[in-house]
Design a protein around this ligand. Structure first.
Ligand code: ADP
Length: 257
């Protein structure tokens, strides 16, 4: 724990009496540390693709062999892509941190789920992964920001596909419960080791940084999801078995019927 002594003069005489208070600044210190780590991480994450692009472009400018020119161009595109994704995720995250919800409506989670599946179906099929959806016939309304909820579901489905092998299934289910609407995203993918389960919601935390980068991950997806769920007074849980699969379960308070 950290403490700080604060001296407060009483009155404005040249030599006023004063009181000394002891403040517990542990939480402030912790937040400062989180912020510092974040800035260091962001700098590191940005430097890698930027550095790559500069080196590759330099090589490209001196290259005449058409096949090599093509190969270098594609690698520059990949790095540029990664940079763009990182910037988008960082902007999303900073928007989400203003915890106020600006656009509050009754949101039908069936629609959000169906839209999300539409967005990913072709990409998943191209990788040999079957995307299925199981909606609730009862209208599952929650109060919140549709853009945020859609980005949370998309991040979970994106991960489920990213960390799965061909010939497996990713399932998105929406279910109305007594006081909440439950959304589950399950996959039959590589799974998450038990020791990492509590940390995956931290910014930039990855179980396997190489694999995450190779699949285009920024390490920010689950922090975005966590923020969205917190902003909506919901909860999120994860269960996983390595080599068997992972299930994320979100519960959001229902709009009173
Ligand atoms: P990333 O951009 O690396 O996917 P996330 O914040 O979305 O970052 O996820 C953090 C880490 O959690 C990932 O790097 C990955 O190791 C692990 N992870 C997330 N979802 C899954 C999943 N469905 N199956 C296996 N591992 C996962």
């Amino acid at each position: 724990s950290y403490f700080q002594l604060v001296t407060t003069p009483l009155g404005s005489d040249p030599h006023p009496p004063f009181i000394i208070t002891v403040e517990n600044i542990t939480e402030r210190k912790r937040l400062e540390e989180v912020r510092r780590d974040f800035v260091a991480n962001v700098s590191h994450e940005l430097k890698t693709p930027v550095g790559g692009i500069v080196l590759l472009a330099d090589a490209l400018s001196q290259e005449t062999d058409p096949a090599t020119v093509l190969r270098l161009s594609h690698r520059i595109l990949d790095e540029g892509d990664r940079l763009a994704r990182l910037v988008t995720d960082l902007l999303d995250l900073s928007k989400l941190e203003e915890t106020e919800l600006h656009q509050i409506h009754d949101v039908n989670l069936n629609d959000v789920a169906a839209e999300c599946i539409d967005r990913y179906r072709l990409g998943a099929e191209a990788r040999g992964i079957k995307l299925t959806v199981d909606l609730d016939a009862q209208v599952p309304l929650v109060s919140g920001d549709r853009w945020q909820l859609s980005s949370a579901l998309s991040n979970l489905v994106d991960n489920a596909i990213k960390y799965s092998e061909p010939n497996s299934e990713v399932r998105l289910a929406v279910k109305v419960l007594a006081t909440t609407v439950q959304v589950t995203v399950s996959d039959q993918g590589i799974g998450i080791p038990a020791r990492d389960l509590t940390r995956i919601f931290e910014r930039f935390y990855r179980v396997d940084a190489d694999r995450s980068r190779a699949t285009g991950g920024t390490g920010l997806g689950l922090s975005i999801v966590r923020h969205v769920i917190e902003n909506h007074q919901g909860s999120i849980e994860v269960t996983s078995t390595e080599g068997v699969g992972t299930t994320f379960t979100i519960a959001l308070p229902r709009v009173e019927a």
